[in-house]
Design a protein around this ligand. Sequence first.
Ligand code: SF4
Length: 356
Amino acid sequence: MTRKRNLFGLDRAGLERVMAELGEPAYRARQLYVWLYRRRARSLEAMTDLGKGLRSRLESQFEICWPAVASREHSRDGTIKYLFRLDGEATIESVFIPEERRRTICISTQAGCPLRCAFCLTGIAGYKRNLEPWEILGQVAAVMDETARLEKPWNVVVMGMGEPLLNYEATVRALRILMDPEGFAIAPKKLTLSTVGILPALEKLMAEPVRPNLAISLHAPEPGLRRRLMPIEGKYRLDDVIAAAQRYPIPRGGRVTYEYVLLKDVNDSPAHARQLARLLGGSRAKVNLIPLNPAAEIPFGAPAPEAVDAFAGVLAAAHVTVSVRRPRGQDILAACGQLHLRDATGGASGSRASAR
Ligand code: SF4
């Protein structure tokens, strides 16, 4: 029996092709699009304005498929970590973070990550494959569906497992649907993509008509140290990444975020903070400091709270906007840098978790 094709994940053009195959006019594709993404219907049967005949023709060839939630872990602070089991034995994790004025979903774009940053469990645990658009969108749909009772604005951050710009086409197709007013209707300023700075893909993202906010995973103020922590520095250099990020089109008054994980006695001294201030001073930058969320497999320690305060103090004195990320879901390994691949039984796989 031939497997039915999944409608979920198709963009407007893809749905128009489906309707053309069935000899239907293009406006039917728009109706289907709104049902799939704005209303997030789980069955064709629910799409009453499509007409019975069309629905049954669609049903004979197509299905609506979201990734399956395999388990949920609840943190003491209200954070929920979702494990999704995908085809081909791949697993991914996504995190729901309730806050006072908003709710945030952190999603993954790859099963694992090939970039192997030294402080990040995702990189340490290895890499399986890129996600498809339906697998990226499905994380948002599933988490929204389960947490719909909380009426607060949504934020989506592409900061989970993987480097999104290494999976450009699928990620950008998913982002367009997330930001489309007839899709998930997430305002672009409520959506942030985090990248190490894959330069050719970053240039392409800049040319997109609608773009998310940009966060750059920096983690060191100079190339030598960055290369020790992030092998990708050998390919895309710190200065070039910052130069590209500074050209990223953002609304007036907006800023590019630079993420900096603080590792005890490695990159957390006042001298490092001064170097970072020189690197970013005068630009449209804000620095998000992330004290390391330790894990047994990560060969670094968490910085002392005084070191975090001193680091932030140097940046603030140099007029660089700075914030310190409060860890969420640490007790269930859902904080930054702690998401990782699981083996087929749900246990941690490989030898090493993502730090954005
Ligand atoms: S920090 Fe980001 S790019 Fe580096 S290994 Fe982790 S997920 Fe990959």
